[in-house]
Design a binder for this molecule. Structure first.
Ligand SMILES: Cc1cc2nc3c(=O)[nH]c(=O)nc-3n(C[C@H](O)[C@H](O)[C@H](O)COP(=O)(O)OP(=O)(O)OC[C@H]3O[C@@H](n4cnc5c(N)ncnc54)[C@H](O)[C@@H]3O)c2cc1C
Ligand SMILES: *[C@@H]1O[C@H](CO)[C@@H](O)[C@H](O)[C@H]1NC(C)=O
Ligand SMILES: CC(=O)N[C@H]1CO[C@H](CO)[C@@H](O)[C@@H]1O
Ligand SMILES: CC(=O)N[C@H]1CO[C@H](CO)[C@@H](O)[C@@H]1O
Length: 639
């Protein structure tokens, strides 16, 4: 076998072996060190007595974090009783004519993160979103909270320092992310199948490097699986040529709910936030400096002006539209590309483990990831036009089905009808307008200030939203000469629902409300400690027993009380807000969402006093939206 390799392959294998041994030795030493600190702590019984310094040595971040959370909890135990102000209250504040320090345009991950950062520094913040929080790219991601194994490859193989820094930053953010939103995110084991024996050391070193780069903030450590163990974990994996697999850990989250909760947490800390409010135009003072925006409530048609010392454009892939409003001559800085994901039934991701191949023949990444009970598979990467609800094209869906079938044993037939939902997200890749070719496309973010002082933040990824927000607000303070009363501390600001949450909380839900375990677990992971508030909403129209926990769709753990909660406490204004972003039914199963739609409208009509015309309008627009979620077009017309 060795003889068959060419020179560079031999070199690679030797390099990997050397690196592997070195890495293993370092890793072993680290483990020993941790072990000895731990043992000495036990010996002195300091751990039991809670000597902070010793425990801190053991798990510095966690303890520092726990301390901060304790402090935060003292300050914020009020958050459990906090009632979210209504959207009307928010609008009144926006219309009051007062000047804000910052007006943020766009309520995706970037905008909501920036609002939370700025408001926790004591700034007076307004945020407007023309559709709904996360209605853009932020609800259409792969749901990974990751350092980026792909970039790691570049960092190591090409000794690219920039890539290395990117991975290390993202790994740090990954840990913060899991800490501040423990109920919405979790660790996910991901398997990398290996088909050539000489690739094993290469993959192994890669995974260990990934763990090492994360340092003390690493999740569970990666490990090797023999061929038979790999097949045990993933029984329908194609057997021929498989030689083994590596399993590494990354984070996974519920992106749209994370986004909504970020916005709510910003409101809790004082920000004024409104969804379904679009920026139509920017206003300028006599020196041609931007000092506010004309906004329109898209639900009522109301238009007014919001004054602000500075405006931040966080409109994601739509950034160019807003920049051109500022100056028609601005060159495009966003090079959009579409990423399609499809949802398959859960039998494609058994044992709650993902599968990912970082090196397909044409360089694209293929994966199956378990998510909220189903499987996400993807993804494509093709140039596209920017539209609000992009349609996943049939050839893209077919391409994914074709690609995933290569990984499955021949007796598993992946059928088109297995596709429960499909959606397309637009990658806001940032391009330096002065660069000539697409080579310089970076997946990092970019902050720019125009001559008129419009601050634009674009690019980046979900995982690093917080770091991006911090940098954006730093820049805003400098450019707009703002006077914050505090420094950035969003790495310690836990999100609404985290205080009082524990992962055994669902047991109390079962005991108290008699709902089934699957529903209780879902509520815990979607609402954190606020699951109790959702559960205790009784349904006045329910005739069935039990009164609590009536499902919205068979086979999915969503309950009707969530609709009322979404309207009362989470700014849900339309049926799509509920189906796509407060619950995730539209993303998990477009047909099931269509089936649930009449009941959603019925309940929302009770809450919001919708008349017949509004009900019909809601049905039609939701049905149209579901077509962009993979619903067959001919299903959308019927009622
Ligand atoms: C296919 C795909 C997969 C991805 N997977 C991952 C992943 O696994 N992990 C990860 O970390 N990252 C991932 N990302 C990246 C991540 O999703 C994005 O970086 C992030 O969601 C961008 O957020 P944003 O707020 O900048 O943009 P958006 O979420 O698009 O938000 C912009 C908002 O601005 C609003 N807006 C636009 N114009 C106006 C206006 N005039 N007035 C008011 N509001 C306006 C829009 O309605 C929209 O809601 C993925 C991206 C894609 C495309
Ligand atoms: C949520 O429920 C808890 C416990 O039942 C209660 O103490 C709290 O006040 C409720 N919060 C709101 C906003 O209703
Ligand atoms: C203020 C405003 O109208 N913003 C623009 C944001 O970008 C979108 C898409 O490019 C435009 O349609 C909006 O006009
Ligand atoms: C248009 C523009 O000014 N682009 C600049 C944005 O900022 C980055 C660095 O932050 C520069 O590289 C770009 O030239």
């Amino acid at each position: 076998m060795w003889k068959n390799l060419n020179r560079s392959q031999k070199k690679l294998v030797s390099l990997c072996a050397a690196g592997g041994i070195g890495g293993a030795a370092y890793y072993y030493q680290q483990q020993q060190q941790r072990r000895s600190v731990y043992l000495s702590a036990l010996k002195h019984q300091e751990a039991a007595m809670g000597s902070l310094s010793t425990i801190q040595k053991l798990m510095p971040r966690s303890v520092a974090f726990a301390e901060a959370v304790q402090q935060q909890q003292k300050l914020e135990s009020a958050d459990i009783d906090w009632k979210v102000p209504s959207r009307e209250t928010m609008l009144e504040r926006l219309k009051a004519g007062e000047e804000f320090d910052l007006l943020i345009v766009g309520g995706g991950a970037t905008g909501a993160g920036t609002a939370l950062d700025a408001t926790t520094r004591g700034l007076k913040v307004a945020l407007v979103e023309r559709d709904d929080f996360a209605s853009g790219t932020s609800s259409r991601s792969t749901k990974l909270v990751h350092g980026g194994v792909r970039y790691l490859q570049k960092a190591i193989m090409e000794l690219d320092h920039e890539q290395y820094k990117l991975v290390v930053e993202a790994l740090h953010e990954r840990k913060v992310f899991l800490d501040i939103a423990p109920y919405l995110s979790s660790q996910l084991p991901i398997m990398l199948p290996v088909y050539k024996w000489y690739q094993i050391p290469y993959y192994w070193v890669g995974c260990k490097m990934y763990d090492l780069f994360a340092g003390r903030e690493a999740l569970e450590s990666s490990y090797f699986l023999t061929r038979s163990k790999a097949l045990e974990a993933f029984p329908m994996l194609k057997k021929d040529e498989l030689v083994g697999a590596l399993v590494y850990y990354d984070g996974q989250h519920n992106d749209a709910r994370m986004n909504v909760v970020l916005a709510l947490t910003a409101v809790y800390h004082g920000a004024t936030v409104a969804n379904h409010c679009e920026v139509l135009d920017l206003t300028k003072n006599d020196k041609d400096i931007i000092n506010g925006a004309v906004v329109k409530d898209t639900l009522t048609g109301d238009e007014w002006t919001i004054k602000a010392k500075g405006v931040i454009n966080a409109t994601g892939p739509f950034t160019d539209g807003l920049r051109k409003m500022d100056d028609k001559e601005n060159k495009d800085i966003v090079a959009p590309s579409a990423g399609v994901h499809i949802i398959l039934p859960n039998y494609y991701s058994p044992r709650n483990m993902g599968l990912l191949d970082p090196a397909t023949s044409d360089g694209r990444v293929i994966f199956f990831l378990p998510w909220l009970g189903n499987t996400i598979a993807g993804t494509t990467d093709s140039p596209t036009e920017v539209t609000p609800n992009p349609l996943p094209k049939e050839d893209e869906v077919q391409w994914i089905l074709e690609e995933v079938s290569h990984y499955l044993s021949p007796d598993v037939k992946v059928r088109r009808s297995d596709v429960l939902a499909a959606w397309s997200g637009i990658r806001p890749l940032v391009r330096d307008p002065h660069a000539k070719n697409t080579e310089s496309l970076v997946r990092n973010h970019m902050i720019n200030v125009s001559d008129n002082k419009l601050l634009t933040i674009a690019g980046g990824k979900w995982t690093t939203y917080r770091a991006m927000a911090m940098e954006t607000v730093d820049k805003a303070i400098e450019v707009f000469d703002l006077k914050p009363t505090d420094v950035c501390h969003t790495d310690k600001v836990v999100l609404i629902g985290s205080t009082g949450y524990s992962n055994t909380m669902f047991i109390r839900l079962v005991q108290e409300f008699g709902m089934d375990t699957e529903v209780a677990q879902h509520l815990g992971h979607a609402y954190g400690s606020r699951a109790f508030n959702v559960s205790s909403i009784e349904d006045p129209t329910s005739v069935s027993w039990p009164n609590y926990g009536n499902r919205l769709a068979p086979n999915y753990p969503y309950i009707e009380a969530e609709i009322r909660y979404a309207v009362r406490q989470e700014f849900a204004c339309t049926a799509v807000d509920v189906l796509a972003r407060r619950t995730r039914l539209a993303f998990l199963n477009a047909e099931a969402a269509l089936q649930a739609l009449p009941r959603v409208i019925e309940i929302m009509s009770e809450e919001l006093k919708w008349n017949k015309a509004r009900q019909k309008q809601e049905y039609d627009s939701a049905a149209q939206f579901l077509v962009t979620m993979g619903l067959a077009a001919d299903r959308a017309g019927q009622k």
